[in-house]
Structures are given as structure tokens and as C-alpha cells.
Design a protein around this ligand. Sequence first.
Ligand code: NDP
Length: 284
Amino acid sequence: MTATIIYGNQLAEALRQEMKEEVANLKKRGIHPRLVVILIGDNPASKSYISGKQKAADFVGIQSELISLPAETSENDLLDLIKQLNQESDVNGILVQLPLPEHIDEQLIIEAIAPTKDVDGFHPINIGKMLTNQDTFLPCTPYGILTMLKLKRIELAGKHAVIIGRSHIVGKPVGQLLLNEHATVTYCHSKTSNMKEIVQLADIVIVAVGRANMIDHSYIKSGATVIDVGINRTEDGSLTGDVDFDSVKEKAAYLTPVPKGVGPMTITMLMKNTIKAAVNQATN
Ligand code: NDP
């Protein structure tokens, strides 16, 4: 079997085109979605993610503003800035680019953002709503993965999904979203003792670890769907995923590449959440 490759960049492009039209219509109604991104320090990977987000926002017609502050910015100054942005009625979405410098408590910052402007979907209130299957801002990477699976009409109900990785931003929430779609979900992590045997049972495998090529064909059941979230930089500077693409391609039914897979979907869902925030704030 040779897998159908799910190109997230193509799906993302089509979604952004739809959103562009939606935003143009919203503007006619006086709704101008606006996103503020805060970057502390000058982490090159963060800068590259932010530039992707800004390009997407420009395309869709969302006004995006970058507030770039030095690495020494104090936790209190950042909290004050967030409080101020929470109050500004023309700011619909606030995103603090992670990771933050060590002297700043990430959780404290996440919880300072008004849940109604939390377009990353990391605030505990929004996470709680996701757990209880209520309408909320879903975290962008898990939301992007779910959207991909749905657009490709991959059956989720009753299927066994194995998630490798249990971070707050990817692993845990993507498992929860699949559970909400009636999949049977198993999590693997660094303390899992018989990971290969578990992954071999999976109809859907989602790999979010950050270790280049850790999953090869020997982990994969023939005909499984494999979603590679990992982003790893190789010695020559190129990007590679957590899945050994060439070997898994021969066994899986569906497989996402890196790059051009999950990454563009993540950014697209940030746009979707920002539009949702703008509409909610205009109508509530
Ligand atoms: P974290 O480092 O927060 O989490 C990694 C997870 O992998 C942890 O749960 C850890 O387990 C688990 N893990 C580590 N080693 C092993 C192992 N040998 N076997 C099984 N599990 C293991 O990473 P993130 O979730 O933030 O990101 C994961 C990857 O996804 C990274 O490469 C990141 O760059 C990428 N990413 C991509 C995005 C995209 O849009 N494409 C967005 C966000 C992230 P434990 O909990 O036990 O420590």
C-alpha cells in the first residue's frame, strides 16, 4: 500500500481563501478582526512562526500587530500589557508566543489573557470547555489536525487513536478532540513501556514528540492514518518530522508530510479563532 499524502498546505490554502471572503463580508458589517501577537526576546524559531502567522493574517484580511519586547521584560510588565490589551475593545485576539524566557511564569501569563481573546485556546477555562465539549477556542494544532481528518473524511467514531506525546498544547488536547469524536484514545509518552505494541494497534496515529524519524513502518498497522506533528531541524538546516516518511508511506493509508503538513493548518486555525473572537465580541 502506498499512502495518500495529506498536504496540509493545500487544505490550508483553500480554508484561507474561504476566510478571506468571510472577513471581507464581516468588514462590510463593521467587524474588523484584529490580532495582537506578543514576542518576548528574539528566539529565531518563534520569529519564523510569527512571520507565518502574519502572512496568513495579511492574506485573510485580519489586522495583525506584533509587539516585540526585549528578553529582559519583567513578568509584571508583560502582565500589565496583557491587562491593557484585555481592555481594548478593538483587540479581538491576544497571542503570547511561547516559549517565554525562564524568569516569566508561562501559566500565569496564559491565565492573564481574557478567555474571550484567548485565540490560542490555552486558557484553563477554554480547555475546560473543550473537555466538556462546549463551544470554545480550540487549541490551534489539535484543531488543525481534527479539521484535516474531517476534510479527508477519515472515520473517527469507534476507531482506535494512539497519541504519542501528552503536552498541554498538542498531545493531550488532540486526544480529547478525538475522544469527543467518539474515537477510542490511548496516550503514549516517555514513560510508556510497550509503545510499539500499542501503536501497532492504532487505526490513527498522531505523533507529537520532537524526535526526528522516531516512528518507522514497524510501528504502523497496514492501512493506518499517520499524522506527523513533529518539527525537527536536521544538520543541513532542513525540517523533518517525527515519522520516517519514506518507510511509513509504504504501509499507511494516509500520511502527513513535514513540512507542508500540520504546520500550515495550525496557523490557519489561529485565523479561524481570531475571526470567531471578533464575531463573538461584536455580537455579545
Ligand atoms: P513537548 O516537548 O512539550 O512534549 C513532547 C512529548 O513527547 C511529551 O509528552 C513527552 O513525554 C513525549 N516523549 C518524549 N520522548 C518520548 C519517547 N521517547 N517516547 C514517547 N514519548 C516521548 O512537545 P510539544 O507537544 O510542544 O511538541 C511536539 C513536537 O511537535 C515538537 O517537534 C514541536 O516542534 C512540534 N509542534 C508542531 C506544531 C505544528 O504546528 N506543526 C505545533 C506545536 C508543536 P513526557 O510527557 O513523558 O515527557
